[in-house]
Design a protein around this ligand. Structure first.
Ligand code: PEP
Ligand code: MG
Length: 792
């Protein structure tokens, strides 16, 4: 008990989901399951916000932090910021925990041991942020989790490490910029028994394929649940009737491999012993028991639920997580009409027309910005109007409720980023109507209808109403499993948590460039020359790990840097290192930089960041991809640099090649040796096959991924890759824009399609539908060739 009468630790059964301010989000939801339901949750306790505050005060950390932050003359100076934050974190970790608090946490560990009947039990220590009402909760480092921790001294140390995670560079930067007091932050640590999984799986209180809610679907496989989610192992499937818990159907598969956790926390793949591989992973009684837990959880939360379960070596069942299987509000951004009073009209006065590049309707005030040096003037909730955006515009784009540009096509920067941000966007107005930058005025109220590529003067009431109805109509959704993986393109780490809830199989394209423009801002060679190379490693690792954590255990494919020289030049110090290239889309980009003596030092920092994420942070779901690789020799050189940096392909680390140059496809049989698979970059590939500059509005009508030449190339690649057991995916815009192109891809046997977040659900359904038709056609003896009329 603290000296103000508040507890320093609370047991899970003492917590409810409303206790976020006391113990943070993670601990409170584990508490809810423990205290309000009878389902078995790995037991534990949480340290409270009061404990954190007491620690910080009593050990003099608040004063010290204040002093250290006082030495920070410029929060924008990343080196200075990094030094100060490191000192703060070291100070927290090295401070001796006040004995009364240490005793409370240590005694609770002993008590936990007593309560669960295991001496010195292995526990997981997880950070749980208590300031989740703030717009960016990730500042509190709530993602940190330490597994297989044993002994009270170790637990106390890990609690301090969780505390220190409130002072990452980014967290401090964020609070300084927002004017939040560092003292207002508090952190809870959940100390929870490890569930030593013999088998694990997922379950749902609704049939995902049909939507029938009179049954419970359970899937299970040997080892940890990750391989089920990744689709590596086809799990057993048991369907249970909800009312009497009888098993309606079961399918027992052959599960030849499993993922198991070794002592010390590492995860390894092992062969399932022969006598177990075709065996049902849990008994019929356990299936009924699990179904019963699912029923209770659904009843408690009042909605369809999605849960994770495990059975340990002593045959005990555990519920590890439970979340509503609902649809998530698509837009968190406040629309401009909530922020300012707008004049509603019934009129439909069209002022501008353009190419609808990212769907949605938005209304608000226009802000015209031509020169990037003025982007700091752009305000949250405005409509950004400009000629064309570039990577350094991203911070302003994130504040926008819609974007309209003079130039551009479906694959220009504005289109790609808007789709990722989930905001409406219209591009290329110049060639379709007028230059939007010359037509709209800053402050003018407009309605952007990006379904149809039209901008109306004023706030058109019926359009806004329609959009709102559309959002409200969203109910519970079901996504049938698909053989073709559906992944997501996502570069911005800040969006990872939000989009991780989408029903996708992982990240098929994480563009590294987002991290450079949002978090690093400086040219890598400049950072090296000024003695700060670790900024690159740390910032990249921070951004990448955020995405990997949010998506885990689903795989994430990070694409190494693919800036053009013009974009590199925009990074601080960049003009000293970058050539002036007349057509930089065809210049010094992608692979050609990585082994070039002028650049390879910088590339090695990218590799070090990958290594840090995989090895230091243990996020083994991270894989890599090489962009714009012109020759097989380039692929060879890059893989050998990767080997020197300790990154070698293996069962848990895959390397892919962007198939975005005709050469990648023509020479696929030779590239195969160096990679695990390909991801088709249809944006560059279309440009290069059709000879059509992807950024040139004048020829944008000729830029069409559905051209027969592209389709032939795609089919050729799939054939050449599959011959050597390599996979083929696609991460260009084509399947996000043309559902019929997705159909072509699935019918051509592609392994995965990666689309923008706004298209994940539609694509998932589309793919399921196409696969069903393929099966039906096969059953009725119709081959693919007969079902298609491609002119080969
Ligand atoms: C592509 O070329 O299709 C691709 C996905 O890469 P980017 O658009 O980033 O060049
Ligand atoms: Mg490309």
């Amino acid at each position: 008990m603290g000296n103000n009468g508040n507890a320093y630790v609370l047991w899970f059964e003492e917590l409810r989901r409303a206790d976020v301010s006391i113990v943070g989000g993670k601990s409170s939801s584990l508490g809810e399951l423990t205290s309000a339901t009878k389902v078995p949750v790995p037991y534990g306790y949480a340290t409270t916000a009061d404990a954190y505050r007491y620690f910080m005060e009593k050990t003099g950390q608040n004063k010290k932090i204040h002093e250290l932050l006082g030495t920070l003359s410029d929060v924008e100076d990343s080196q200075e910021l990094q030094d100060v934050c490191l000192k703060i974190r070291q100070s927290i970790i090295s401070a001796e925990m006040p004995s009364d608090l240490a005793n409370t946490i240590g005694d609770a560990y002993d008590e936990l041991a007593k309560r669960v009947g295991v001496s010195d039990p292995y526990v997981a220590v997880r950070s749980s942020a208590t300031a989740e009402d703030l717009p960016d909760a990730s500042f509190a480092g709530q993602q940190d989790t330490y597994l297989n921790v044993k002994g009270k001294d170790m637990v106390i140390r890990k609690v301090k490490e969780c505390y220190a995670s409130t002072f990452t560079d980014r967290a401090v930067y964020y609070r300084e910029k927002q004017g939040f007091a560092h003292e207002d932050v508090a952190l809870s640590a959940a100390i929870q028994m490890m569930a030593d999984a013999k088998a694990a799986g997922v379950m749902f209180t609704v049939d995902l394929a049909t939507g029938a809610d009179d049954r419970i679907m359970i899937e299970g496989a040997w080892g940890l649940g990750e391989y089920i989610v990744q689709g590596t192992v086809t799990p057993d499937n048991y369907v249970v009737k909800k009312d009497d818990l009888s098993i309606i159907s079961r399918s027992i598969t052959e599960k030849s491999i499993q993922l198991v956790r070794k002592e010390g926390g590492d995860v390894v793949e092992t062969i399932v012993p022969k006598e177990l591989s075709k065996k049902q992973v849990i008994s019929d009684e356990q299936i009924a028991e699990l179904a019963n837990y699912a029923k209770q959880i659904e009843k408690h939360y009042g909605c369809y639920m999605d849960m994770e379960w495990a059975v340990d070596h002593e045959n005990r069942l555990w519920i590890l997580q439970a979340r509503p299987e609902t649809v998530w509000s698509r837009k968190n951004k406040k629309s401009a009409k909530e922020e300012v009073k707008l004049n509603i009209t019934e009129e439909h006065n069209v002022v501008v027309k353009g190419l609808p590049a990212s769907p949605g309707v938005a209304c608000g005030k226009v802000h015209v910005i031509i020169d990037p040096k003025d982007i700091h003037e752009f305000n949250e909730g405005e409509i950004l109007v400009t000629t064309m955006t570039a990577p350094d515009w991203v911070p302003a784009m994130k504040k926008a409720i819609a974007i309209i540009t003079d130039a551009g096509g479906m694959t220009c920067h504005a289109s790609i980023v808007s789709r990722e941000l989930g905001i409406p966007c219209i591009v290329g107005t110049k060639s379709r109507s007028v230059e939007v930058t010359k037509t709209l005025k800053t402050g003018q109220e407009v309605t952007v209808d990006a379904q149809n590529g039209i901008v109306y003067d004023g706030i058109v009431s019926d359009l806004i109403k329609k959009e709102e109805e559309c959002h409200e109509a969203v109910a519970v959704e079901y996504f049938p499993p698909t053989g073709t993986h559906v992944m997501m393109n996502l570069g911005d780490p800040d969006l990872a948590d939000k989009y991780s809830k989408l029903p996708c199989d992982g990240i098929g394209l994480m563009r590294e460039e987002f991290i450079w423009t949002t978090f690093i801002h400086e040219h890598p060679l400049y950072l090296i020359e000024t003695g700060r190379p670790e900024v690159v490693i740390d910032k990249l690792a921070e951004g990448i790990s955020k995405v990997c954590r949010a998506m885990a255990p689903r795989p994430v494919v990070l694409r190494f840097s693919d800036f053009k020289s013009g974009e590199y030049r925009d990074l601080k110090g960049g003009d000293r290192y970058e050539p002036l290239e007349p057509a930089d889309l065809l210049g010094w980009r992608g692979a050609s930089r990585y082994y070039d003596p002028k650049y390879s030092k910088a590339f090695r920092l990218e590799l070090k960041a990958v290594k840090k994420v995989r090895e230091e942070y243990g996020l083994k779901n991270l894989n890599c991809m090489i962009p714009f690789c012109r020759t097989v020799e380039e692929a060879e050189k890059i893989t050998s640099i990767m080997r020197e940096e300790g990154l070698v392909r293996g069962p848990d680390f895959k390397l892919y090649l962007m198939a975005e140059l005709p050469a990648n496809i023509i020479m696929a049989d030779r590239f195969n040796k160096y990679v695990d698979g390909y991801s088709i970059g249809s944006n560059d590939l279309t440009m290069l096959i059709l000879g059509c500059d992807r950024n040139n509005d004048t020829v944008s009508h000729l830029f069409d991924e559905r051209n027969i030449a592209i389709k032939r190339a795609v089919r050729h690649l799939i054939k050449a890759a599959h011959k050597d057991g390599k996979t083929v995916s696609i991460c260009g815009q084509a399947p996000s824009v043309y559902p019929d192109f997705t159909e072509f891809l699935v019918k051509s046997g592609i392994d995965c399609v990666s689309v923008n977040p706004d298209m994940v659900k539609t694509t998932k359904r589309n793919v399921a539908h196409i696969e069903q038709r393929i099966m039906l056609d096969a059953a009725t003896g119709r081959g693919l060739a007969e079902t298609e009329d491609y002119e080969w």
